[in-house]
Design a protein around this ligand. Structure first.
Ligand code: HEC
Length: 101
């Protein structure tokens, strides 16, 4: 095999596996992430039970709410356990999807 081609193939294989493991570590798929919220908050964030509805809230405000649950500055029964499970980037994606942008 041509040596240069061999090196190029090896380098791109490492690059592809690095990308794959990043995707595994941090999933930024909005639909998948938000599917974890609708269980309690209802489709489109409109809750049918006692859980607060989270529709119609601006993205920045949602991010701030989620961050405060994550860092513990806001108390809650459930969200203080859920929010820390997401990276800051994931909370941004979730808030953007819920806010419709
Ligand atoms: C197991 C049920 C449950 C799930 C799942 C859940 N939540 Fe919550 N959420 C709650 C409850 C209950 C509250 C009220 C605060 C508390 O007690 O934690 C709340 C409060 C909130 C609030 C504050 C609303 C307000 O107006 O004060 C936001 C924002 C929120 N949740 C976003 C989310 C997002 C985004 C997800 C998905 C990543 C999510 N929640 C998943 C139950 C849930």
């Amino acid at each position: 095999m041509n040596v240069k081609l061999g090196i190029a193939a090896a380098v791109s294989a490492v690059f592809i596996s690095a990308q794959a493991s990043t995707a595994f570590a941090e999933n930024l798929n909005a639909d998948l992430l938000v599917s974890n919220c609708v269980v309690c908050h209802g489709d489109d964030g409109i809750s049918v039970g006692s859980t607060p509805s989270i529709d119609g809230i601006a993205k920045d405000r949602l991010v701030a709410m989620l961050q405060s649950f994550k860092d513990g500055s806001r108390s809650g029964t459930i969200m203080t356990r859920i929010a820390p499970g997401y990276s800051d980037a994931q909370l941004e994606v979730i808030a953007g999807a819920l806010a419709g942008n």
